[in-house]
Write a protein that binds this ligand. Sequence first.
Ligand SMILES: [Zn+2]
Ligand SMILES: [Zn+2]
Length: 144
Amino acid sequence: MPAIRRSCLCGGIAFEIAEKMGPIGQCHCSKCRKVSGTDGNAVCYARAKQFRWRRGEEMIKSFVVPNSNGWSSNFCGTCGSPVPHTDNANKIYFVPAGLLDDDPGHRGYAAHIFVGSKAPWVEIADSAPQFAKGFNSRRLNGPS
Ligand SMILES: [Zn+2]
Ligand SMILES: [Zn+2]
C-alpha cells in the first residue's frame, strides 16, 4: 500500500505515514478550538517510526501554552496550518486529519474526546463514543 501523503495549506510542509492510518478522533477541548478556529480538532495517531517528514520541517513554528504542561500549538510559519507533533515520549505523532491529501479509508469519527469542555454551541450528531477527557491513545493504534 502506498504511503499516505499529507501537506499544509501552502504545500511547504509535507509528510507521509508508511502504515495504515489509525482512526480519526475529534478533540473538543478549548485549546484545540483555538488552534483550529472551529469546533475542535480532527486528529489521528501515527507511530513515530512510521512517520516521515518529506519537506519543510524547518518551517514549523511552535507556541507553548503557558501553565499547561508543555501543551504546544505547532503550525506552518508561512500559511498557519496546524502540523503534526509528537507526544512527550516521542512515540506517537498527533496528526491533524485536515492535512490529508489521500483517502485513509476511514469514515466518520472513531471517538469524541474532551467532550466535557466542548463548545456550548456544538451538538454531536453521530453515535461515536464520547469521553469527558482524553483516553490512552495506544488503544486506537495498537502496541508500539
Ligand atoms: Zn504551509
Ligand atoms: Zn484538544
